[in-house]
Ligand binder design. Sequence first.
Ligand SMILES: Nc1nc2c(ncn2[C@@H]2O[C@H](COP(=O)(O)OP(=O)(O)OP(=O)(O)O)[C@@H](O)[C@H]2O)c(=O)[nH]1
Length: 343
Amino acid sequence: MSPGIFITQIIARPGTTQQMERLTVDHSHLRDSRILLVEDAVPTQLLVQLLLEDHFHVATADSAEQAQIQSLEETPDLILLDINLAEDGMSGLELCKDLKSRAATRHIPIIFLTSAECDDTEEACWNAGGQDFIRKPINETTLLNRIRNQLILKRQAENLTRMAYVDPLTCSFNRRYFEEQLNAQVAHNARHHRSMSLLMLDIDNFKRVNDTYGHTTGDECLELVASALREEVGRPMDQVCRYGGEEFAILLPETDLTGATWIAGKINKRFRDRLAEIPSGGVDEEGLPGLTVSIGVACRLPSEGVKSLICRADQALYQAKQSGRDCFCVAEVYPDHPALMGV
Ligand SMILES: Nc1nc2c(ncn2[C@@H]2O[C@H](COP(=O)(O)OP(=O)(O)OP(=O)(O)O)[C@@H](O)[C@H]2O)c(=O)[nH]1
């Protein structure tokens, strides 16, 4: 019998009496989940640890301050939080509010542990941003199932986010993500007067690849290009996005024109080097043909808007194609360029 707990369902079937059916719910996929237990009363801490240790990875903190550090450093999958922590520090409610106000921790579900019976306490838990609460004395079944429900909801939310923002073929971010990030980056740069750059990249003669080797090979080439691009843009803040078809957009925050052209040159070289290793007109050991790419490079001008930045990078890409492909071109700017007017 696979691991999991039994749930009992009463299923009414036509023509028979009600029957009890025991269905197994498999929770083994939740075993890797990391729970942070924030509890200063040693007996409760030991009891909860004992109840959970066969089901999850459990870490403990006995003060809100310690939990705050652990939450930021280890980002647990769920926090079990005693509402009444020692009075000389931050309370459980204050910790919850703090974690929910930070981008790095606000997605972590928090379940309060409380011995209070009154409605005011319950309301305070919800108002602080908690996802659930469990009354003491703790019941094992309630504890396990409340935790599991929150973990399942969290995973579902993560899957939905992935589906909304990641291109399933190349595992790169999709155009929706690109547009949201570009808007955010441009706003950030306008506020902080930092440089940022955008590369628009298109695979050369890709129609020929599809026509010669078929669409499956074409798809594999797109995967290869995407993973090569992710390797070439080294910083964690750099983002490779599939803009559409065989076109990619690469966002380079905190990057000036010198940095952006260096990366574009590296990308061109990578594909050129690979091409040189493949026998002329042939394929590599994976059965994929040689490819080159054309790139348009644009560094955001002071007060330039999103549309203008994309437009300039796109025009530079067009110039790269016109110049014979397998190269990059830098977006032009002239004194009365609309970009300089903030368009
Ligand atoms: N296999 C595959 N092909 C795609 C996908 N998306 C777009 N394409 C193909 O990409 C090709 C793009 O062709 P064109 O726009 O003519 O451009 P090109 O042949 O790359 O020529 P240049 O861009 O001028 O170098 C078309 O054949 C599309 O069908 C995809 O998801 N998978």
